[in-house]
Design a protein around this ligand. Structure first.
Ligand code: INI
Length: 165
């Protein structure tokens, strides 16, 4: 495959989220950061045509609880995708690896078990500055906004795969 063709395949697709229902499961731990990620999710989904009424938000104590709530949403059949939002800062905990690792593993297990996309919109950073730099306002870098695009892309992709003749 030529370089241009490969680049075209790598580039982000046009995202159309109209008609999709998305849930966000948001960790309260470090909520000065996770609220910024949630703002990013709303911005990102609005940009693809998902109306605010089609976004359901729930809060859980921390990143460790995200997989269970996300799996419950995925099993409910009420949403097309789930976005997990959390913030685990290494400097703030001695069990950083446990919380971050279990959250990631749980999300992966839940999406593989249910077949519903569950996006890992969880920041795992060395310090607060890094977390703030990945959760910026409109026009800046925001992992929540990226997670929104991933959710819409995966829903559209799975629909194509599952309806392919
Ligand atoms: N939860 C987070 O989301 N981020 C953290 O940085 C964090 N730290 O530092 O410990 C954290 N801990 C709480 C954890 O997610 C659970 O809520 C708690 O252990 C109860 O199960």
């Amino acid at each position: 495959m030529g370089e241009d063709v490969q680049a075209a395949h790598r580039s982000a697709p046009d995202l159309d989220g109209r008609g999709m229902r998305i849930a966000a499961v948001c960790g309260r731990f470090n909520d000065h950061v996770t609220t910024r990620l949630l703002d990013g999710v709303h911005r990102g989904l609005a940009g693809t045509g998902v109306p605010a009424d089609d976004i359901e938000v729930v809060w859980v104590p921390g990143a460790f609880e995200i997989p269970l709530a996300a799996k419950a949403f995925a099993e409910s059949g009420t949403v097309d995708a789930v976005i997990g939002l959390g913030c685990v800062i290494r400097g703030e905990t001695t069990h950083y690896e446990t919380v971050a690792g279990e959250c990631a593993a749980g999300i992966q297990q839940a999406q593989l078990a249910t077949g519903v996309p569950i996006v890992f919109g969880v920041l795992t950073t060395e310090d607060l500055d890094q977390a703030l730099a990945r959760s910026e306002g409109a026009g800046g870098h925001n992992v929540g906004e990226e997670a929104a695009a991933t959710a819409v892309e995966m829903v559209a992709l799975l629909r194509r795969i599952r309806t392919a003749p």
